[in-house]
Ligand binder design. Structure first.
Ligand code: GDP
Length: 529
């Protein structure tokens, strides 16, 4: 198969939802329908009770789980589908944002009873910023939920784009009769599913009379609504979907295997294949023959005696083949992975070859960090640097105090590595003094404290800090910058990438400082450059 054909048959998407909407269940059913697994239950088994607890045992478990099942590849209708899971806990939302930079589309799961929930809202914002096409799945139709039209209205308002229903439910809750496929013009009758794919009954709409008799008022109401929608809702327009100007909507019940096939087909038929990507010096085409990709996630090994890490790389061009020479663009150094794996429905396997859209994992002992561009080092790739991996200004700060001052070297090494993984942000105050940790969620501190001890043998105390926020700084001119830094030395720090940041002591602080220094720019987001 040509490079071009290999790329075009790939679909890489993230599955997003508020906890409990049914993300894990749907993931599992997608694997089931694609034939990647035969009995449901294997994904579920790996899911820990991840919302409740804040103790680090749970966190460790989560790390294990996310290594095992955060990327899954399946083959369906001769297409290669890469599914990326996103962490459920809101304290790790930064990870999720980064995962969203590595996909070409998103599948949003909504609980029919709850509509758009807070966590979904935040994820939507990120998708919107990047114009990521979104497919919507309204789950749990077998339970009493909100009126479908009201749900569509809400989703439309939150997304800021029209919903285009591709299927329509007949009844809901106990009376859920099935879904009408609006394009195929048939109804798929609901039957409570088991953990296997079973035959489902399909009745063409030409037999509407029989359906009316069978489902009574529910079917008639569905017919009326469908008619209403045909007039009121825009027609599905693939261009508009790809430009994130409308979202196709599917109804179903993941736990019952119902409506899942339609979603899988939509991924193949509607979702985009890998797009060209901005790499600073030029736009890289997915079928460019030279391999390149970006590290969007770094995960430390679960076994603390092995100091190795997996760098998850989203491939943007070319083909990766086993044993290929690789270069880290940032340092110009060769990356020598101890192994390179691919993720087949939760199994890790040595990768044979990978193309644009695929995710591969490099196991290394260092030398890579989040956001790094990896290439095969061909002359045509000089200067390539993919942009867009976001770092968010932390909102929580704590100062690090060593229990044993002799361990300062280990502390530096540990914080450097944890910083490179994106587990925490590390700031070095310019005037000296203890290092500062910056986080978006409180749990991140606990993870870091625990891991410093377990993996680096360093015990630290975390002390309150007077800072409540940070902004990365750029200036119109070096003179302006100097004026600013001279006046604010006690509140300046460098982050892990040596980017200058201004630390805020109060919400007013930012406004006042901005007024005093109009030629200084304060950025709440830093993109890896
Ligand atoms: P996640 O947190 O989004 O991954 O949600 P899960 O997939 O773990 O689902 C949360 C709960 O909802 C579980 O108890 C599922 O069995 C249940 N669930 C998932 N899909 C459905 C559905 O279609 N109908 C009903 N009634 N329950 C569902």
């Amino acid at each position: 198969m040509s490079f071009r054909a290999e790329t075009q048959r790939r679909r890489t998407f993230a599955i997003i939802s508020h906890p409990d909407a049914g993300k894990t269940t749907l993931t599992e059913k997608l694997l089931l329908f694609s034939g990647a697994i035969h009995i449901a239950g294997s994904v579920k088994a790996r899911k820990a009770s991840r919302h409740a607890t804040s103790d680090w045992m749970e966190i460790e478990k989560q790390r294990g789980i996310s290594v095992a099942s955060s990327v899954m590849q399946m083959l369906y209708r001769d297409h290669v589908i890469n599914l990326l899971d996103t962490p459920g806990h809101r304290d790790f939302s930064e990870d999720t944002y980064r995962v969203l930079t590595a996909v070409d589309s998103a599948l949003m799961v909504i609980d029919a009873a709850n509509g758009v929930e807070p966590q979904t809202r935040r994820l939507i914002e990120v998708c919107r910023q990047r114009d990521t096409p979104i497919i919507t799945f309204i789950n749990k139709m077998d339970r009493e939920g909100r009126d479908p039209i009201a749900l569509l209205d809400e989703i439309e308002a939150e997304l800021g784009m029209p919903c285009v229903p591709m299927t329509w439910p007949v009844g809901q809750g106990k009376a859920f009769g099935g879904i009408v496929d609006l394009r195929a013009k048939h109804m798929r009758l609901f039957r409570a599913g088991e953990d296997r794919v079973t035959e489902q009954e399909i009745v063409p709409l030409s037999e509407a009379q029989a359906l009316r008799e069978r489902f009574g008022h529910d079917f008639e109401l569905a017919e009326q609504n469908i008619e209403l929608l045909t007039e009121a809702a825009p027609a599905f327009d693939r261009e508009a979907f790809l430009a994130a100007r409308q979202t196709p909507v599917f109804f179903g019940s993941a736990v019952n295997n119902f409506g899942v096939q339609e979603v899988l087909d939509a991924l193949v038929d509607l979702a985009p294949s890998p797009a060209p990507r901005n790499a600073g010096v030029r736009i890289v085409q997915p079928d460019d023959e030279h391999f390149s990709g970006v590290v969007f996630k770094v995960q430390a090994n679960m076994d603390p005696s092995h100091r190795d890490r997996i760098a998850f790389v989203r491939v943007y061009s070319g083909r990766y083949t086993q044993g290929m020479k690789l270069k880290v663009q940032r340092t110009g150094k060769e990356l020598r992975p101890t192994s390179v794996v691919t993720f087949l429905s939760q199994r890790r396997e040595a990768v044979d070859e990978a193309y644009a859209g695929d995710i591969i994992g490099f196991t290394t002992h260092g030398g890579v960090q989040l956001g790094d561009t990896i290439t095969e080092g061909h002359a045509s790739q000089a200067g390539l640097q993919y942009t867009g991996l976001p770092f968010f200004a932390p909102e929580l700060f704590q100062a690090v105090e060593l229990a044993n001052p002799m361990k300062s070297k280990q502390l530096q090494a540990g914080l450097l590595q944890l910083g490179e993984e994106g587990a925490i942000q590390v700031f070095r105050p310019q005037e000296g003094g203890p290092m500062l940790l910056g986080a978006v969620g409180q749990l991140q501190f606990e993870v870091v404290q625990h891991r410093l001890k377990a993996e680096y043998g360093v015990e630290v105390r975390l002390m309150p800090s007077r800072f409540v926020g940070a902004r990365w700084i750029t200036a119109d001119s070096p003179e302006e910058l100097k004026k600013f830094t001279d006046a604010n030395a006690s509140k300046l720090a460098l982050d892990a990438a040596d980017t200058l940041a201004y630390l805020l002591t109060s919400p007013y602080d930012l406004r006042l400082t901005q007024e005093r220094f109009p030629k200084i720019h304060f950025h709440p987001l830093r993109e890896h450059a």
